[in-house]
Design a protein around this ligand. Structure first.
Ligand SMILES: Cc1cc2nc3c(=O)[nH]c(=O)nc-3n(C[C@H](O)[C@H](O)[C@H](O)COP(=O)(O)O)c2cc1C
Length: 148
């Protein structure tokens, strides 16, 4: 059974809800999923041993948060090249963080990004439990798990 790791940060809970809906989607695909707050990732060993990785961070001041940037320096040391990957994060307007996360996973960590599909069109704007966005999160989790 494929094992998927979701690592996320959330200040006010929106990205956390997205993470939970994405995790549901992974389970719909029959895969195993682990959700970890970024603060619980202490070393690169905490990242090894999964088949796919989905990282999520909200956008504040047009950036991902500092703790997520620091997390990427640790992720660089883990064996992630070639693994299936997804990115997400709640935001209200510019939504820079999920795009930068996706870029970093693809170009720095050399991971295989999963096409965002309908999730891309919605751009992960979870501010409330909008049924369309909940479904997009679930579909995205399912799509990432199914590539493994
Ligand atoms: C001080 C501040 C700065 C923000 N800057 C941005 C921004 O640059 N671009 C954007 O799209 N959203 C921005 N937002 C909106 C947040 O990304 C949005 O509230 C998001 O849902 C927070 O996610 P979280 O609940 O997971 O922390 C900002 C919010 C605050 C309070």
């Amino acid at each position: 059974m494929a094992k998927v790791l979701i690592v996320y940060f959330s200040r006010t809970g929106n990205t956390e809800k997205m993470a939970q809906y994405i995790a549901e989607g992974v389970r719909f695909a029959g895969s195993e999923v682990e959700l970890k707050k970024v603060s619980k990732v202490k070393s690169e060993d905490d990242l090894n041993g999964y088949d796919a990785y989905i990282f999520g961070c909200p956008t504040y001041h047009r950036e991902m948060t500092q703790n997520f940037k620091t997390f990427f320096f640790l992720a660089e040391k883990a064996a992630l090249a070639g693994k299936a990957a997804g990115a997400f994060g709640s935001y209200t307007h510019s939504g820079d963080a999920p795009k930068v996360i996706a870029d970093t996973m693809e170009f720095v960590l050399k991971m295989k990004m999963v096409n965002l599909g309908s999730f891309n069109a919605l751009e992960g704007k979870l501010q409330k439990d909008d049924a369309e966005i909940v479904k997009a999160c679930q579909d995205y989790g399912k799509a990432v798990a199914e590539t493994v």
